[in-house]
Design a protein around this ligand. Structure first.
Ligand SMILES: Nc1ncnc2c1ncn2[C@@H]1O[C@H](COP(=O)(O)OP(=O)(O)OP(=O)(O)O)[C@@H](O)[C@H]1O
Ligand SMILES: [Mg+2]
Length: 497
């Protein structure tokens, strides 16, 4: 059965449960202190009524200061602990997402835009981090505040306590009534931000095209429109927040005013001690903040839910191509390199006709074969079938007589050197691009590969030769230089095929 979102959230926290428990324990201490301090203050007030002795006052003030300092320190510790857990969950999720993305095949990245995936790995993870730190803190704090403060309040005066508490459901309702609007506006902000980032990303990559077709003005207008959308979304979110917060503050003041009026009557009638009344007022004040926070926890939970879904969707995508159970090992030293296809057929998902159909051939070790054909006729598809970049059927393609789908995937891929049609280079030194498949390769091997790829002379003309940085996607290299570097990279691993 699918896990609920709450279970997912709990599973994120699970590795850090010790810190969570410790953090909750410190919150318990904080709340005990915050019940105790008002009692002392009430006591002082009562004593003041009888006699005024500066010595006693100083003692009490010292005690309260000391307790407040301890409380402050423990509260800090609980925040550090619990928010730290949020940070650790963020770290874990990012690690897991990246690791999982690396296990997926290129087809997945054709269906999901890079911008969206980056968004999930950053902004959605951030939402979860905030939710977990904040939710754990606020839920535990509110729970303790109510459990400890309420009995103390009820002991002082039942009627006043009930009146004081009556305001809290109204506060919760208020936050609840704003929560849908807040969530929608938050979504709008995220969407606008995402639209803006996509435009920046595309325009910066396609800057050459924008210049050639002289489209700067149009692009600027498009940007300005999206930027405006973002501004509007941010402003309406700020408006909603700025309406809600003062309303909550006003309600809290209102409840204090009512208690003040009722309490004054009780004091006049002699049914309530002034000291107790002061204590009660301080308690009411203590509860306002956790109650308002609880409302926001609910709001941020709704936002977090969306993010849990978006992140779990990544984890749900399973790699389609993997080593089968009991796959045969094929050490590269044992590979002869005989390739055989019998009726090989492959159709891309969501297409109507196969890209290659019923292809049969045998290529002996050492043989060089060129495959020619019109554009879109399936040459690249066939090349990608060999290292199982595509999910090809069993029993159609063989390496040294072994069905390639039954060979362990790393062994199969190590047996093949592959230069894709578009040569992608990493933003690093030329030499690191050349030895990408064999990171420990030394200079002589790198130079040999560059020489074989007819790239050596070019590299020696670069300002820093093999240490020349290749810009993002190899922008500083010419198209031909890029292809040759990619060729050298394949030659360096010296694979049998
Ligand atoms: N990822 C994909 N998803 C769906 N269809 C695809 C995909 N890649 C290629 N195709 C389709 O499969 C067919 C064969 O494509 P392939 O890339 O193998 O052609 P090619 O022979 O290498 O062409 P070219 O000479 O232009 O490089 C084309 O019709 C193409 O549209
Ligand atoms: Mg091709």
């Amino acid at each position: 059965m699918a896990q609920s979102r709450l279970q997912y959230l709990a599973s994120y926290l699970h590795p850090h449960r010790q810190h969570v428990i410790l953090g909750i324990g410190t919150l318990l201490l904080v709340n005990i202190l915050s019940v105790w301090i008002p009692l002392i203050i009430g006591d002082v007030v009562e004593r003041l009524k009888i006699t005024f002795s500066p010595g006693t006052i100083v003692r009490y003030v010292g005690l309260i200061l000391a307790l407040a300092t301890v409380m402050w320190a423990i509260r800090m510790a609980s925040r550090v602990l619990i928010f730290g857990v949020g940070r650790k969950v963020e770290f874990d999720l990012k690690q897991r997402i990246f690791e999982h993305l690396l296990s997926l095949e290129p087809a997945y990245f054709a269906e999901n835009t890079i911008g969206d995936l980056i968004n999930r790995a950053t902004s959605d993870v951030d939402n979860i981090r905030r939710l977990l730190g904040f939710a754990v803190l606020s839920l535990a704090n509110t729970f303790f505040a109510y459990c400890l403060t309420m009995p103390a309040m009820l002991r002082i005066n039942v009627r006043l306590t009930l009146v004081a508490l009556a305001i809290y459901p109204i506060m919760m309702l208020l936050v609840g009534s704003f929560s849908n609007r807040l969530r929608q506006e938050q979504l709008d902000v995220q969407q606008s931000l995402s639209d803006l980032s996509t435009l920046i990303q595309e325009d910066m990559s396609g800057i050459g095209l924008i210049k050639i077709y002289a489209q700067e003005t149009n692009e600027q207008q498009a940007f300005s429109q999206r930027n405006n959308n973002l501004l509007d979304a941010n402003l309406s979110l700020a408006r909603t927040r700025n309406t809600l917060f003062p309303l909550l503050g006003g309600l809290a003041s209102l409840s204090l005013a009512i208690i003040l009026a009722l309490g004054a009557r009780n004091i006049a009638a002699g049914t309530l001690a002034v000291g107790d009344f002061v204590t009660l007022l301080l308690y009411v004040n203590n509860l306002v903040f956790p109650t308002a926070l609880l409302g926001f926890t609910i709001t941020s939970y709704q936002r977090g839910e969306v993010s849990v879904d978006r992140i779990e969707a990544i984890f749900k995508a399973q790699p389609k191509v993997a080593s089968v159970e009991g796959a045969r090992a094929l050490p590269v030293s044992e590979v002869k390199g005989r390739l055989q296809a019998t009726g090989l057929t492959y159709q891309y998902p969501d297409t109507t006709t196969p890209a290659i159909q019923n292809v049969s051939f045998t290529i002996e070790p050492g043989e060089t074969v060129a495959l020619v054909g019109p554009i879109g006729s399936g040459k690249s598809t066939l090349a990608k079938a060999l290292p199982r970049i595509l999910e090809i059927p069993t029993g159609q393609l063989f390496i040294d007589g072994h069905d390639i789908t039954q060979v362990t995937l790393p062994d199969l891929r190590r047996a093949i050197a592959f230069v894709p049609q578009d040569s992608f280079l990493f933003s690093t030194k030329v030499k690191n691009n050349l030895r990408y498949g064999l990171p420990l390769a030394e200079m002589p091997e790198i130079e040999q590969a560059a020489k074989l790829a007819q790239m050596r002379g070019e590299i020696l003309n670069f300002p820093k030769q093999y240490d020349t940085l290749v810009g993002e996607r190899g922008i500083t290299l010419s198209g031909g230089q890029r292809q040759r570097t990619a060729l050298g990279r394949a030659l360096l691993i010296d694979a049998p095929i």
